[in-house]
Design a binder for this molecule. Structure first.
Ligand code: 6GU
Length: 235
């Protein structure tokens, strides 16, 4: 699977892409992440200007249409598969696991990272990207959100996760909208706190019931809004 990231700050991604699961997936050829600096498509040869003041006034700067559209057309022009265009913006619809699952089925994703007060509306009118937000708060730009999208999608790319870290039982995988309950590892006692007896019982059915109950209690406590939506909330 291929990702093209369009950004004014490609350097932000280098640490993320060089570590752990992402690094391994790239090395093994399972995913390919290409970074494109929008500034390289500026029509201003001197200062490589890519933003300007908003028409109608107001604070901040708006990213100009020209460099973004030229950058996307150039990046797309090189390949047979134009790819699905996603614009990361607080004005987008919320990112959810079903959306991530849908995108994991694509061969190529283009991730446009907004900065400042966002992009000129004509970018959106011309290219009709899917506009997506990663939550109800404001980030300094779409770069961290683009990493969120890549991170969530690559987990579903076949071969990226080993059997041990399978994504099928995750909270929020298809039909599963509950949080997971507590987990324990050694030692059995830590600062006077004991691992629950049932986890040492060897009774796998009882452990599964206990975990489900713990997940339910946790969900009710911190995400009661999820309970009505659950496919298996009756079981
Ligand atoms: Cl995608 N971008 C920015 N700048 N802020 C956000 C966001 C995206 N999602 C939530 N907040």
């Amino acid at each position: 699977m291929r990702f093209d990231v369009l950004t004014l700050f490609p350097g932000i991604f280098s640490g993320y892409l060089s570590q752990g699961l992402l690094h391994k997936a790239i090395e093994r050829g399972l995913i390919d992440v290409q970074l494109h600096n929008i500034r390289d498509w500026s029509s201003d040869p001197k200062h490589h200007k890519v933003d300007d003041r908003p028409y109608g006034g107001g604070p901040g700067m708006v990213m100009m249409a020209g460099p973004i559209v030229d950058c996307i057309e150039s990046v797309r022009g090189k390949a047979a598969d134009a790819g699905k265009l996603i614009y990361l913006t607080p004005q987008g619809r919320p990112l959810t696991q079903p959306l991530v699952e849908q995108w994991a089925g694509e061969r190529r994703l283009l991730l446009l990272c907004g900065r400042y007060e966002g992009v000129d509306q004509r970018v959106l009118d011309l290219l009709e990207p899917e506009e997506v937000s990663v939550g109800d708060y404001i980030l300094n730009g779409g770069e961290v959100a683009a990493m969120v999208v890549i991170d969530a999608v690559v987990r579903l790319v076949p071969g990226v996760l080993g059997d041990e870290e399978s994504s099928v039982s995750d909270s929020f995988s298809s039909g599963n909208r509950w949080l997971e309950g507590a987990q324990y590892t050694r030692p059995r006692e830590y600062r006077g706190l004991q691992v629950p007896e049932i986890l040492m019982s060897g009774d796998h059915a009882a452990i599964a019931r206990w975990r489900k109950e713990q997940g339910f209690l946790k969900t009710r406590r911190v995400r009661a809004d999820l309970l009505g939506k659950n496919e298996d909330s009756k079981s």
